[in-house]
Design a protein around this ligand. Sequence first.
Ligand SMILES: [Zn+2]
Length: 310
Amino acid sequence: VIALAHDAVAYPLPEGHRFPLGRYARLRRHVETWPEVEVRDARAATDDELLRAHTPAYLARAVAGALSPRERAALGLPWSPQLVERARRSVGATVDAAGIALRQGVAANLGGGTHHAFPDAGRGFCMFNDVVCAVRALREAGRVRHVLVVDLDVHQGDGTHAALAGGDEATCLSVNGGRNYPFRRVPGDVEADLADGTGDDEYLATVASLLDRALRRAAPDLCVYLAGADPYRGDRLGRLALTREGLRARDALVRDAMRARGVPVCLTLAGGYADPIEDTIAINAATVALFAGRAGGTEAPPGAGGSVAG
Ligand SMILES: [Zn+2]
């Protein structure tokens, strides 16, 4: 399986900032050792690609560092030229992974899933919306007609919904922590809000039923899966209570539902804020391993202290 990485460019982040920037490079170094995965550096998305999802005015402000103080606060990451370059590469990774998935059945971005980015605003650590850019790039190229976005990050993909929900381009499936960010919602197409503390059984039943509903609504040519690690019970921002086994069962539900219908999958990893960060990396690694067909893929990355189970 080909996996595209966007971690080659680092950007400055203040000490103690809650965005876990280090997880991407560490995940890459881990999965790079697997024979089942070929890691490639992502290219930067062009302005034309970004303009499929964003207004010219927002793109110009974002690239030039001309965001207002309010916009900077909503984004939650300090602006730098490197931040823009890295965000471009994250979009390039999803656009290219989606194209590769159409040929090979599955491909991954070892990041991406920046679903809080709106057409005219970056929010919640998301500068550009990679999924919207990818859906539109493939549609314009005539390679897909309809895409299923399966967003299982614990936070609602409000920016993606603003661009795609209710339209012909995509069906937006979303399972959210009901009391979690964003507090002003943008409705998706097939969606559920779960109570704080929801565990594996209820979560998995919800995902299965929504997948069934979404697949009866429309026959997708591609699934873009946001395999957020943040429904995990050890996540600092998640508020749900899934175990590692539950997250793995969730990933298998998505894989099997798409496989049964011959729908290719573009995997993205979206959010993950576990303490310690090794838990997020291990969850991400297990997801990549599952989609790469790696047997026994749940082993933890170096430094995870052997806390693999649960
Ligand atoms: Zn999230």
